[in-house]
Design a protein around this ligand. Structure first.
Ligand SMILES: [Fe+2]
Length: 306
C-alpha cells in the first residue's frame, strides 16, 4: 500500500529545521500534529469484478432517480449498495474489510480483533458524465470513522486523460502562500450541499490529488474534506463510496453540524449503542425479506441513516 500519486504542493519533512539564511534562529524543533493519513491499494485482477459492478450500477441508474448530495450533475445511488444482493458486491465488501484491517493495524498499535473486526459498511455508487463534478464535502456523521472510494471505471477515453481526479484538502491548518487561485471557504457538510456546486471548484493549491485507476481502493479519515474535478470524457466515470462505521472509536473535533450526535456518543454511549445495534439488526432483517430497492421512503429514512 502506498501513495503513488502526485502532490500539488510541497510537503516539508519532519525533524530539526536547518538554518535557511533568512536571518531567523537556527535549530528549531519541528513536530507534526494533525496530518491526515490516506491509504491506497490497487487490487489486481479486477477487470471481471469491475465489469460486473459497472453492469449493476448502470442497471440501478436506469431504474432509480438517485440522490442529490454533493454530486454536481452526476448520478448518485441511494445509500444502500451494501444491501444489493450480488456476488460482486460481496467481493467488494470483502476487499473493503480486508484493506480496513490493514489500515487499523497500521494506525492502532496492538489492535485487537474487537476493533479490527466489527465494522459496519454503508455504500453507494457515483456515476459522472461529461462536465460532472463533486463539490467539496466530508463523510462525518454518527460513528463514521473512515471513508473509502473504490474506482470501478475511470472513464478515460483517450480524449480526456487525467480528468475526474479526487482531491483531498490540506486540513493541517498550516498557512500556505497564495499561488494563483486562493483557497476558498466551503460550506460545512450538513448545509445544502448542492449550494457548493455553484462555488469555485478549485479549493486550494496544496491539496493532495489522486489519479483515478480502475481497481484502486482509497481509505481516508471520514472528517477529511475532498472533491472531484470535472470529468471531461465521453464515457462514464464510476466509483463506489463507502462509510466505515465502528462504535469503539472516537474522533477529536469541535462544533460541526454533527457535533450533537457525537456528544451523544461520547456521553451516552450505552443508550446510543443499544439504539445503533437495534437499528442495524432491524435493517438487515427487513432487507432479508424485502429487497432494499422496494423499500418505501419512510423505511429508508428510518433505517438507512447513520
Ligand atoms: Fe466523498
Amino acid at each position: 500500500m502506498s501513495i503513488d500519486d502526485l502532490r500539488s504542493g510541497t510537503q516539508p519533512s519532519s525533524g530539526t529545521v536547518s538554518a535557511t539564511g533568512d536571518g531567523g534562529p537556527a535549530g528549531l524543533e519541528r513536530t507534526e500534529i494533525g496530518s491526515s493519513p490516506i491509504f491506497t491499494h490497487v487490487w489486481p485482477d479486477s477487470a471481471a469484478l469491475n465489469a460486473e459492478l459497472r453492469r449493476l450500477v448502470l442497471g440501478r441508474m436506469a431504474t432509480t432517480p438517485g440522490l442529490k448530495k454533493s454530486n454536481c450533475g452526476g448520478w448518485q445511488s441511494e445509500r444502500d449498495l451494501q444491501l444489493w444482493q450480488d456476488p460482486a458486491i460481496d467481493t467488494l465488501l470483502e476487499r473493503m474489510r480486508a484493506m480496513l484491517r490493514t489500515v487499523i493495524a497500521e494506525t492502532v498499535p496492538g489492535a485487537g480483533e474487537d476493533i479490527l473486526d466489527g465494522w459496519d459498511i454503508e455504500a453507494w455508487a457515483n456515476v459522472n458524465q461529461l462536465g460532472d463534478t463533486v463539490a467539496a464535502h466530508d463523510h462525518s456523521g454518527g460513528v463514521n470513522m473512515w471513508a473509502a472510494i473504490y474506482y470501478v471505471d475511470t472513464g478515460e477515453t483517450g480524449d480526456a486523460p487525467g480528468s475526474g481526479y479526487t482531491r483531498y484538502m490540506d486540513m493541517s491548518g498550516t498557512p500556505r502562500p497564495v499561488r494563483g487561485d486562493a483557497p476558498v471557504a466551503i460550506r460545512a457538510t450538513g448545509a445544502d450541499r448542492q449550494e457548493n456546486c455553484a462555488g469555485p471548484q478549485h479549493t486550494g493549491d496544496y491539496d493532495l490529488q489522486l489519479r483515478p485507476e480502475a481497481g484502486k481502493m482509497v481509505v481516508f479519515p471520514a472528517t477529511l474534506p475532498h472533491y472531484v474535478t470535472a470529468y471531461t470524457g465521453t464515457d462514464k466515470r464510476i466509483t463506489i463510496a463507502l462509510n466505515l462505521r465502528h462504535t469503539r472509536f472516537v474522533v477529536a473535533d469541535y462544533a460541526t453540524p454533527y457535533s450533537r450526535r457525537r456528544v451523544m456518543w461520547r456521553n451516552h454511549r450505552g443508550a446510543m449503542l443499544v439504539m445503533y445495534r437495534a437499528k442495524r439488526l432491524i435493517r438487515n432483517a427487513v432487507a432479508a425479506v424485502l429487497p432494499v430497492d422496494r423499500w418505501p421512503g419512510v423505511l429508508r429514512d428510518k433505517l438507512l441513516g447513520g
